[in-house]
Design a binder for this molecule. Structure first.
Ligand code: BEZ
Length: 217
């Protein structure tokens, strides 16, 4: 069965380019992004892994560990890493899982047989420090992912985990956010004594509380 938002991310032991690891232990108290790619030595995957390596400081800044996966072996991963560095101008700086027996791919429902019988699709799982699945994405092999969108979504997940707000379409960190419908006007007045902008009673905008030093609910 596929994993749903709020489910516990299945734990596993993995062979990776940085050695053996136990997923939950490796995550520790950090957030995590587990993403699959269909096959080593393929062009779109090569660009994706270079992109994630280049964005690694942005994941680090958000307290997020990244880990890739394919059903190829570690020796292929190591050979391919040299191509990634040579063609993308950045070395792999996060572990790549070698899921040769596909046990992890199956636990996360990353193989979609009606799309491709043996390789994984391009799955993304964002996992929070409680090991709960907080976001999933599924792209076909022919479509490379936009990892800046994943960073943007993580900004929203991290903000909305601690504040009683939601983020509107195309939101970027620093843009106005929306007070949750479950927060009454009375409660909102306590949290936002300076008020809010409300084009409709159910659409209450306030400045992004993560850009303020204190005081927001
Ligand atoms: C690619 O990464 O380019 C790719 C991998 C599998 C199928 C199609 C494209």
């Amino acid at each position: 069965m596929s994993l749903r938002l709020g489910d516990t991310a299945p734990d596993f032991t993995a062979t990776t380019t940085t050695g053996e690891l136990q997923f939950h232990d490796w995550l520790g108290n950090d957030w995590g992004v587990l993403f699959s790619h269909p096959k080593d030595f393929t062009p779109v995957c090569t660009t994706e892994l270079g992109t994630v390596a280049r964005l690694k400081p942005e994941f680090d800044r958000r307290g997020v560990k990244v880990i890739g996966l394919s059903v190829d072996g570690v020796s292929d991963h190591e050979g391919w890493s040299k191509d990634i560095e040579a063609t993308q101008g950045v070395a792999l700086n996060f572990p790549l899982i070698a899921d040769k027996d596909r046990s992890i791919a199956e636990a996360y429902d990353m193989i979609h047989p009606n799309a491709e019988a043996t390789a994984t699709v391009r799955s993304v799982f964002v996992v929070d420090p409680a090991k709960k699945v907080r976001l999933t994405l599924t792209y076909p092999a022919s479509t490379g992912r936009d990892f800046s969108e994943i960073l943007r979504a993580i900004d929203s997940l991290q903000l909305t985990s601690t504040k009683q707000v939601a983020t509107p379409a195309n939101w970027r960190k620093g843009d106005d956010v929306i007070i949750l419908a479950s927060v009454s006007d009375e409660q909102a007045r306590e949290a936002y004594p300076e008020g809010w902008r409300a084009p409709r009673p159910y659409l209450r905008y306030v400045p992004d509380p993560s850009t303020k030093s204190e005081g927001a609910a």
